[in-house]
Design a protein around this ligand. Sequence first.
Ligand code: ATP
Ligand code: MG
Length: 555
Amino acid sequence: MSEKRSLNFIEEIVEEDIRNGKNGGKVFTRFPPEPNGYLHIGHAKSICLNFGLAQEYGGQTNLRFDDTNPVTEETEYVESIKADVKWLGFTWANELYASDYFDLLYAFALNLIQKGLAYVDDSSPEEIAAQKGTPTEPGTPKQYRSRSVEENERLFKEMHDGKYPDGAKVLRAKADLASPNMHMRDPLMYRIKHAHHHRTGNKWCIYPMYDFAHGQSDSIENITHSLCTLEFIPHRELYNWFIEKLEIFPSQQYEFARLNITYTVMSKRKLLQLVNQKFVSGWDDPRMPTISGLRRRGYTAASIRDFCDRIGVAKRENLIDYSLLEFCIREELNKTAWRRMAVLDPVKVVITNYPEGQEEMLHGKNNPEAEGGEGSRDIPFSRELYIEREDFMENAPKKFFRLGPGLMVRLKNAYIIQCEDFVKDENGQITEIRCSYIPESKSGQDTSGINVKGTIHWVSVPHAKTAEVRLYDRLFTAEDMGSAEGNFEDLINPQSLTAVTAFIEPDLTQAEIGRGYQFIRKGYFCLDPDSTSGNLVFNRTVTLKDTWAKEVKKC
Ligand code: ATP
Ligand code: MG
């Protein structure tokens, strides 16, 4: 945005830290995705925030995969996450993995055991939950809590060596069983899981828990400001406890509100469910709020960054209107999209005074919004054209500035025509509109002296090509999908995808993936990767105007 906005609360903290010379004035951040799905627009907020802060204050950002859970993580996800962060326009200082630190974390755990601050517990998950007490009652220690350092050391090494089956033992921090913060009641540090890991293979059969990996990884990388979402507030005490007891670099955690958007879900688990249950065609289905889905839909990286900038960083949860995201891409495409003509619901027009067999080449600027128009393309014109069915009315009301018996309209980049007559079939459906054209009214050299109010788009029948045009709407019918779980069947919008066969002007066969096109009067579109030379597919990125009633709040 052009004007300088005020600092958000995280920038205020950072500036305060810099003023105080904390960490030598350095600002190191990280983006720590778990590679268990594709990134969504919520992650984009975190990416813009983390990379943006480091850029603003001369620091650096690591991309760190939080791959401590061997079961759900896959290399495909790692690759897609890297591609998406790059595409968003950010460059990480280091590509790192929590699994890079498995040896160090193991040593940290032994260190805590030696300090009498961690112990091996043989209890089942149910027993551990029961021992932890309730928020109003302190937990009750079991005999395992008083195991000697030597015994804990031996048992933990045996866990590491694969002596025990999954779930037989866990390593717990000896923190505070009476803490009002349940996360401090001797939280788990390690569990046994004989599972193949996407990077470390079968080397490990014990894996650190999130709380005993995240803060330590931050610390190992000298991360100064570790940004996470609000649900991690109760974890902060434990984050600090581990760092303090291990006497390692004092990274600090700060929490901000996660992004939620109307009419969609924002969790990899739920998005995976949409993919698995085939509600969508894949992670990059253009209806998905994933980065890859938005890209395929025709969103640009700049529009997503603009969106993240506009929503800002808050300390309280809120629900952002989907229209704001659409507003951001519409703003950009209005300035950059190349104008083309496509007729989505055709009816034929015959220009009775245009000689049969004659044709001519007209021209239209690629982008009238840009200086010089970014060149122009040829638009063939002939005696027979397609126009949109809705641009003709048999009994047109007064303010209908399109076609109807006797009415005149301008054909975009071409001539003024006047409707003389029309033909209906036996069902009352209009099959042909007969018009005359004014030869002196050619766009750019109009000497006719006739003024018409309306301009409509058209495509020449003998020159028209066809394309599949996919029109998208909200994926869900419910505005707030925050608490929706499990059964999406009843909440999916049955109109979320409509495919039509359109007639397109011939130049559109040269369309390129990655460029935005305005189909004049119809919206912004992009070429879909499903396209082949014989079968073009276009996605509607967004309509020209906000068709949903709600006002877009420009923040
Ligand atoms: P999900 O529930 O979608 O899997 P997550 O928080 O478990 O989300 P991670 O891969 O662990 O996903 O997240 C990587 C980073 O992105 C974390 O720092 C997380 O806080 C942040 N993040 C995830 N979702 C959002 C969101 N909706 N808004 C802002 N930040 C988010
Ligand atoms: Mg997660």
